[in-house]
Design a binder for this molecule. Structure first.
Ligand SMILES: [Zn+2]
Length: 313
């Protein structure tokens, strides 16, 4: 038996952006996944040396449909998953802005998520441009311009609603809803027992969760009982902060990073309200967040505020 998880924030501070709203567009065409090319991605700038010990993950698995929303916020409890001797996972997140991250894994794989247009729709949500960086994988939740700027990444494998396993990283596309049922995808990414969920544009699920047993049951069915890190959209064509917090409480992730917002006020509101619950606020004065998951790491419920910035200066 052992404990799992966590992280090392970098610095503290808050981020500022501006006003909000997302137009909608037709659902994306799906493309087949090209075959994997162990692409010569440039390493993340600061990946810590990885540790080595074999370790299986034996988490009890999911998730029976439960109709009712869990009434109370998650407790700050240590993680006591029975986790055998698996080598620690070392994952580094770099927040480019909006819904776009570079996820760097200690096995050399890099994943670029939702590399959308900066300040899409004329709104103040920057996504910093990449210069030379070539990811191994690129994921698209859908193809609205705030999630896809049309960059080619010729050497990368693109995931547009497909699943993929690569070098111990299991990626599962999860249909989620913004304007219509299943009109885009979140991605559930599991590596050495650590589970991260990028929720894509789940705003429809978020606003309907409290009144729709269908949404509740679907989420219970699709997602594991325990999510280590949730990347959750908190802004839409209207203020959805309260509903985003209900969504967090429903999924009960260990850690939360708010994404997809167009206003500093929205982010502050989310941090304040969620931070008032068992989630402790960690404000990072920068774009990066490192996660080391080992047998001995303990876990606290935290909401992490990152400051987006360029990956290559
Ligand atoms: Zn969006």
């Amino acid at each position: 038996m052992s404990r799992h998880s966590i992280c090392i924030p970098l610095l503290l501070s808050v981020l500022t952006l501006h006003t909000a709203c997302t137009p909608s567009a037709p659902p994306p065409p799906t493309q087949p996944v090209p075959d994997i090319q162990p692409s010569p991605t440039q390493p993340m700038p600061d990946i810590r040396p990885s540790l080595t010990q074999p370790v299986p993950d034996v988490r009890p698995s999911p998730a029976q449909p439960t109709p009712d929303i869990r009434p109370s916020p998650p407790q700050s409890v240590p993680d006591i998953r029975p986790s055998p001797a698996q080598s620690p996972a070392d994952i580094r997140l770099h927040y480019l802005g909006h819904s776009s991250f570079i996820l760097g894994f200690d096995n050399g794989v890099t994943i670029l998520t939702d590399y959308g247009k900066s300040r899409a729709y004329g709104l103040a949500s920057p996504i910093y441009a990449l210069k030379y960086f070539q990811p191994t994988l690129v994921t698209y939740s859908h193809h609205h311009e705030d999630h896809d700027r049309g960059a080619a990444f010729a050497n990368a494998t693109k995931l547009d609603g497909q699943d993929l396993s690569l070098k111990q990283i299991d990626i599962k596309a999860i249909p989620v809803s913004e304007n219509r049922e299943g009109d885009n995808y979140g991605y559930l990414i599991t590596y050495k027992g650590y589970t991260l969920f990028h929720a894509g544009d789940s705003q429809g699920d978020i606003v309907n969760l409290s009144t729709s047993t269908q949404v509740q049951q679907r989420l219970k069915r699709q997602l594991p009982a325990k999510i280590d890190l949730l990347l959750v959209p908190i802004d839409w064509t209207k203020n959805i902060v309260a509903q985003a917090i209900e969504y967090v409480n429903f999924l009960q992730p260990r850690q939360v990073i708010p994404i997809h917002y167009w206003s500093p006020a929205i982010k502050s509101e989310f941090l304040t309200k969620l931070g008032g619950q068992p989630y402790k606020i960690v404000e990072v004065d920068g774009p990066q967040y490192g996660i080391v998951v080992s047998e001995s790491t303990t876990f606290a419920n935290t909401v992490i505020s990152l400051t987006p910035d360029a990956y290559e200066k």
